[in-house]
Design a protein around this ligand. Structure first.
Ligand SMILES: [Zn+2]
Ligand SMILES: [Zn+2]
Length: 434
């Protein structure tokens, strides 16, 4: 019996390897078109919830590939499409996010952004391209698909301001039923990454994650990612008579420094925490004491209870400092994205696909970082695996981190993204029977 099982396992592995080889040949043929698509999306970046052109490009391409079951306008500009394989079986989902960032691109590539001040600085252009690549590949090779695949193209991953009312992105997609009818038995997502902190060491080492490599964590993948807006309210006065007013700028300056003390002096140093103020606006004129300062920022934590304590401490700090100077404050705190927890069993079962596609040494476990991603909303409903696609290439100068004006991806990574995702999906459908 045991030898029979081993024999079956060996036959399964051989079949998967044969399939990888067939896929790899197809991907090589598809590659020039995929690069064209990626560059088209990259040069036409769109801000969260404004992905009209990108969504149209996605839907049009899916139609060209023969997809008939395509839903558009989901959660704003989202697109959801179903592919039915040659055999009946479970459903598995692939998610790609479509939005870009308000950053001015500094590279002068032929495919640089044509939208002033907007840039694909988080690689979502590559994510969409990889998902379209998987759609094309599996549509061509339905005989290898033992079930169905739901492709989810999502708007607004980069989040709306803390003051935005209502839900957006993945949370809204889930609320609008993208994980129902049929409910996928698992969901996979990838994210481009130029570097990671390897799990093999606790030293502060960042390592490039190169094109051809994949990074993963087996459980907690990233942080709870929140946003806040603070308004400090003072009282206006002539700049020459500050004592007649309450200087909101001076109070805000003290508050910015004191908020940093929460991390350094008020919380356990073993609990990861980031409090960053990313924007500050206030004042009207050089010789007027400012009446109002608005600040915005983000808080990152791993632990949810700890996070609640931090919010309380922020209130305490703001209350104390404003009271000391006769000012007032308001804080709008929004728990934005919960941390991603990869399903351990799904990760374990998927790694062999990645190792086949990339080679053993190119599949790298890393330590969770303080980033946030709304893939977590899907992974709260069905088992999820969010992995990183290496895009760095030192010779070509692709070494910059995401959310910076020099970010760019080695396009060779698209081949790995398509191959790894397709192998993960097909392995899953082979393995899990309804
Ligand atoms: Zn991002
Ligand atoms: Zn991103």
């Amino acid at each position: 019996m045991r030898s029979l099982l081993l024999l079956l396992a060996a036959a399964g592995a051989l079949a998967a390897e044969n399939r990888d080889a067939v896929f790899s040949q197809s991907i090589a043929q598809m590659f020039p078109k995929l690069v064209e698509i990626r560059r088209d999306i990259h040069s036409h970046p769109e801000l969260p919830n404004e992905e009209v052109r990108t969504a149209k490009l996605v839907a049009d391409r899916l139609k060209e590939l023969g997809f008939t079951d395509i839903r558009t306008g989901v959660a704003g500009t989202g697109v959801v499409a179903m592919l039915k394989g040659a055999q009946d079986g479970p459903c598995v989902a692939v998610r790609a996010d479509m939005d870009a960032l308000p950053i001015k691109e500094l590279r002068s590539t032929p495919y640089r952004s044509k939208n002033p001040g907007v840039m694909h600085a988080c690689g979502h252009d590559v994510h969409v391209t990889c998902a379209l690549g998987v759609a094309e590949l599996l549509a061509k090779h339905k005989d290898h698909v033992k079930g169905s695949v739901k492709f989810i193209f999502q708007p607004a991953e980069e989040a709306m301001p803390a003051t935005f009312k209502g839900d957006w992105g993945a949370k809204l997609m889930v609320a609008q039923g993208v994980l129902e009818d049929p409910r996928p038995a698992a969901i996979f997502g990838l994210h481009t990454t130029a570097s990671v902190q390897p799990a093999s060491t606790t030293d502060e080492v960042t390592q490039y994650l190169k094109a051809g490599q994949i990074g993963y964590t087996a459980g907690v993948d990233n942080a709870n990612s929140d946003r806040f807006r603070i308004v400090i309210k003072g009282r206006m006065a002539h700049g020459s008579t500050p004592h007649k007013g309450v200087d909101a700028i001076a109070v805000a300056a003290e508050a910015v420094m004191a908020l940093q003390m929460i991390k350094s002096r008020q919380t356990n140093t073993r609990q990861p925490l980031v409090i960053s103020i990313g924007l500050i606006k206030g004042g009207d004129r050089e010789n007027i004491i400012a009446e109002r300062v608005e600040m915005g920022g983000t808080v990152r934590t791993f632990d949810s209870k700890f996070r609640d304590g931090v919010i309380e401490q922020m209130h305490r700090v703001l209350k104390g400092i404003t009271a000391a100077h006769g000012a007032e404050y308001e804080m709008e705190y929004r728990k934005t994205y919960p941390r991603i927890e990869n399903d351990r069993a799904l990760v374990e079962a998927t790694l062999s696909a990645f190792r086949r596609v990339c080679g053993e040494k190119n599949v790298i476990e890393f330590s969770p970082g303080m980033g946030g991603e709304d893939f977590s909303y899907y992974a709260q409903v069905v088992p999820g695996f969010f992995f990183r696609l290496g895009v760095a290439n030192e010779e070509k100068g692709f070494i910059h981190g995401g959310h910076t004006p020099m970010y760019d991806c080695d396009e060779e990574s698209i081949k790995t993204g398509v191959a790894a995702m397709a192998a993960a999906v097909c392995d899953f459908l082979d393995r899990v029977r309804p």
